[in-house]
Design a protein around this ligand. Structure first.
Ligand SMILES: [Zn+2]
Length: 201
């Protein structure tokens, strides 16, 4: 493992707590990560030799649900790091939020990573937007996948695969929007009507 280029430390000479440049150093250790090296204080310029130890990261089993599927994976934590329901984390290119934690057979709201047996999470970077579409004599429920921060606008035409529909109004938890745009994760339901198109062949 490569040594870091800087470490946040408290200088023994001037007392500054700041990123110290690593002049040289290496990381080793079996049961914990041990850094041995020489660092320089950014404030007073003092160069000192240090040894730092920190616990090795652990893999916590993670179950991520997305639409109707659940995927088993794991996430790396420092053993004494706090894990809590509602916390948002990056998982590869996706963003997840922790929904439940099992610790010793119990559901807990928060725990140190070393005591978490399983963590459940859901993806929060994408949402399902409900869209009721009027097709003349009937209304058909649809769902549109969108990035959480994607916006839908009244008057916009949404591709539903076989059909396309125009958005008439958008309901949010607080109001009905008849003009303007709304973020996907704030939409309770959109209402619209199928648009007839000239067939292109
Ligand atoms: Zn200093």
């Amino acid at each position: 493992m490569a040594a870091p280029s800087a470490l946040v430390l408290r200088c023994e000479t001037c007392g500054t707590e700041a990123p110290h440049r690593v002049l040289r150093g290496k990381i080793g250790g079996k049961d914990e990560l041990v850094f041995e090296g020489t660092v320089k204080c950014p404030t007073c310029g003092r160069v000192s030799a240090i040894v730092m130890r920190e616990p090795k990261p652990i893999q916590v089993p993670l179950i991520v649900s997305w639409l109707e599927k659940s995927e088993r994976t794991s996430l790396e934590f420092s053993p004494d790091e706090e894990v809590a329901v509602g916390q948002e984390l990056d998982l590869g290119d996706t963003r997840i939020a922790i929904t439940a934690i099992d610790s010793g057979g119990r559901r807990v709201a928060g725990v140190q990573a070393r005591d978490a047996n399983t963590v459940w999470a859901k993806r929060v970077d994408q949402v399902r937007v409900k869209f009721s579409v009027n097709k003349g004599n009937r209304t058909v429920p649809h769902e549109v996948l969108a990035a959480a921060d994607e916006e839908f606008e009244v008057g916009e035409i949404v591709d539903l695969g076989r059909d396309r529909a125009v958005v008439h109004h958008i309901r949010t938890p607080h109001r009905t929007v008849r003009e303007g745009r709304v973020r996907a994760d704030e939409i309770v339901r959109m209402y619209g009507r199928v648009v007839r198109e000239r067939t292109s062949r």
